[in-house]
Design a protein around this ligand. Sequence first.
Ligand code: SIN
Length: 276
Amino acid sequence: MHRQNVSTDYRSITVAPYNPTIGAVIGNVDLTCPLMEIEVVELQRALTEHLVLFFRDQRLSLGDQLRFAEYFGKIGRHVGRKTNSEPTDDPRIRRFHSGGNKLDVSGNVWHSDQSCAPVPPLASVLYLHTVPANGGGDTAFANMYAAYEALSGRMKCYLDGLTATHEGARVFGEGTPSAVHPVVVRHPESGRKLLYVNNCFTTRINEIAREESDAILRFLFEHCGRPEWSTRFRWKPHSHAIWDNSCTQHRAIADYLPNIRSGYRVQIEGELAPTR
Ligand code: SIN
């Protein structure tokens, strides 16, 4: 019901839906090599249709990961100064490493990456070479089209036209951006409406009283993460994922410490601020 225009006519890659509402596992593609044009076109289309793409058994170098990301747009940079992920020598790449002596986990609250930016990242790409020995460390993903579509007509009308403040300082400390975005936005590619507030960065709905904003946001945060439109991706060593940051939320599940979970993330720049 939530996947419109899902096409099965992929000629190059294979696309197996991961669950009924979000995600697909992609096969018949080797990301350690430059891709053919048909593979790139089909991957882009699969991302629009399935919102998150998962790949197995791809032993990627940092160069492979960057080349893959560039098929989807220009590589961007993280807005945060103080984050749990660590910069590497290449400012486009962040290391995501937890476990051992590092007992904090980045991104363990539902969020859309850096929605505090005036133009948030279009997509993020995460590669894990090492996964926890206890089987934990999944990432949960949720479909924000489906979250919007499940609201009552009266609630959709109420939210339409409201704006919300997203504050980076709350997560990354002083000196990081804050931005105002519509509560309901349209995806630039699909044109479909979706809910655009998240529990990590969104601090208030601007046009109503603080108490009203707190209550509505509490409801929306709970609603966005409901199991009906979310899934958990079980990582294996050398799994790789790309998610459309504008119509999904995700959270890392911190159930594996002190086991080690380790890999790298790059992000793709957005082109436009979210709009209605
Ligand atoms: C993130 O928030 O981008 C991290 C997701 C994860 O580590 O599973």
